[in-house]
Design a protein around this ligand. Sequence first.
Ligand code: HEM
Length: 155
Amino acid sequence: MRAARFRRLAAVTAGSTFLLMCVGAYTKAIGAGLACPDWPTCYGTWIPFLRPDVMAAAPYTTGQVFAEWFHRLLAAATGFLLVATGVAAWRRQPRGRPELAGVLAALLLPVQVLLGGLTVTQDLQALIVTAHLGTAVLILASVVVAAVGRRLTPG
Ligand code: HEM
């Protein structure tokens, strides 16, 4: 993939990661971390809003369930972008620091998804929530380096 396209892909991935982090922070701020009490489904279904019985029985508001559910949906979309960025980075030659940063971001994705799941199944344990935030910051930093690194270094 040509440098300009790679930079664009990494920039879109960085934007999506940033938005996802904001939605995650919002989810936490409104106390919705356990608004979907199971994982990967939410009340045993993929789209709880299609099930009025499920929503009526949920001990959270529709807004809280939506925030947590939307965080997961956006994580899935961002996950695809991170994998695409990682694969494109791996295929590029020469493979310098910006490309390695793109690969690193993709390698951190499964760790982050696992931590996200544990966040829920382990009842928002402080260490796990902290690790989830820390890994998000590392992913964002890596895709930003992938997006801007080639502008700063030749190749
Ligand atoms: C690339 C993927 C992901 C990124 C970058 C990400 C990022 C974040 C961030 C930055 C926060 C806010 C943390 C804080 O304010 O301390 C958050 C919260 C949260 N995330 Fe994720 N997340 C991702 C995937 C997931 C997945 C797959 C799940 C699965 C359930 C998940 C579940 C949660 C939950 C439950 C919270 C709220 C935690 C709380 O209430 O304390 N995340 N996420």
